[in-house]
Design a protein around this ligand. Structure first.
Ligand code: 13P
Ligand code: SF4
Length: 346
């Protein structure tokens, strides 16, 4: 069920010219540094600070290559939770660094550019969740990890694209579910689990643009290719319907988190993969499955928030220990419960 009484926030955060961009551009030391010098500096500083660099699968190739660990949202939360480093430099978007800060209250969590937001996380506020809960006082509330700490503090469970179906399946069957903020992921999970769910009408501007028609056409033109879809894609429910009706090939269509896509590409006997998600993932796919061919369904599926993390900003982050991500203890404590409940399920 789509909820229309409370409407999602539509305004996207801007990363046109962030404070961190201005800072590196006007920095006397950083401005003349070459790529090699920046990488050398980052390697020296990460040892000195006992820092670990975590990067999301959508980060720029150069950032992925220098990271200690590259992964999807679930893997990055697990890595943060188990690291024995003193400092975590989080190369991803703000809600991901915040999740690390919630899980590791005794560590310093840095993000090289705190304005690296997320259009999806920005569609819902904590106040809206409180109002939604008032309308459905008996429902269980599940939030996708792409939400702020304040929103997570209001919900019962978190989930990521890798475990959303399992989280929903674990909930008592007689209870209603409020699912936020991604309606496409919600529609997908609803279809997979058959559960009664109220869905927030949020979407990610990068994934909302995928169309079922272009996917069907690409599949027809590449009869030997697998199709890998992220569940945030705007066409996901149409694709699920097309699958059920035999219009999309069941043996070649797969829905995965970003790291699930990489695993599939390595293990599948097929040589060609059509990839329906942000194109940053292609770097890791090509690196880990070099003999395969990857075709992005949309070349323009680029998340500007992810790409605002650059080499000079990572260097500055480690040099000046900026920008520290902190969450007020009362919010962190409530949000942690929702994240830990998820980590216990999968
Ligand atoms: P994953 O958890 O699948 O990496 O997705 C995160 C995300 O922001 C997708 O847009
Ligand atoms: Fe957010 Fe979309 Fe970027 Fe993922 S791709 S971080 S959901 S804006």
């Amino acid at each position: 069920m789509l909820e229309t009484e409370l409407l999602p926030v539509k305004q996207r955060p801007s990363v046109a010219y962030t404070e961190a961009t201005k800072a590196v551009e006007s920095d006397e030391e950083i401005r003349p540094m070459t790529e090699e010098q920046l990488i050398e500096g980052i390697n020296r500083l990460r040892k000195e600070r006992n820092a670990v660099i975590l990067a999301h699968n959508y980060q720029l190739p150069i950032i992925q290559d220098l990271a200690d660990f590259v992964g999807d949202s679930l893997e990055l939360s697990r890595q943060a939770a188990k690291t024995d480093a003193d400092v975590i430099v989080f190369c991803g978007v703000h809600f991901m660094a915040e999740t690390a800060a919630i899980l590791c209250p005794d560590k310093k969590v840095l993000i090289p550019d705190p304005e690296a937001g997320c259009s999806l996380a920005a569609t819902v506020t904590a106040e809206q969740v409180r109002r939604w809960k008032e309308k459905h006082p008996d429902a269980i509330v599940v939030a996708y990890i792409n939400t702020t700490a304040e929103v997570k503090a209001e919900v019962d469970y978190c989930c990521t694209s890798a475990n959303a179906v399992k989280v929903i399946q674990s909930l008592p069957p007689d209870r209603d579910i409020l699912f936020l903020p991604d309606m496409f992921l919600g529609l997908y999970v609803q279809r997979k689990t058959g559960r009664r769910m109220y869905l927030w009408l949020g979407e990610c501007h990068v994934h909302a643009g995928f169309r079922a028609e272009e996917i069907a056409e690409l599949l027809e033109r590449s009869p030997d290719a697998d199709l890998l879809l992220h569940p945030e894609c705007g066409c996901i429910s149409q694709c699920m319907l097309a699958l059920a009706e035999g219009e999309l090939p069941e043996d070649r269509t797969f829905v995965y988190s970003t790291s699930g896509m990489v695993r599939h590409a390595k293990e599948s006997p097929r040589k060609t993969h059509l990839v329906a998600t942000e194109i940053g993932i292609l770097h890791r796919m090509k690196k880990e499955a070099p003999h395969k061919r990857f075709i992005p369904v949309r070349e323009d599926a680029i998340c500007e928030y992810m790409k605002t993390i650059t080499l000079p900003k990572v260097y500055r982050s480690l040099r000046d220990m900026v920008y520290e991500v902190t969450v007020p203890p009362d919010i962190a404590e409530r949000a942690r419960k929702a994240i830990e409940r998820m980590l216990e399920i999968v």
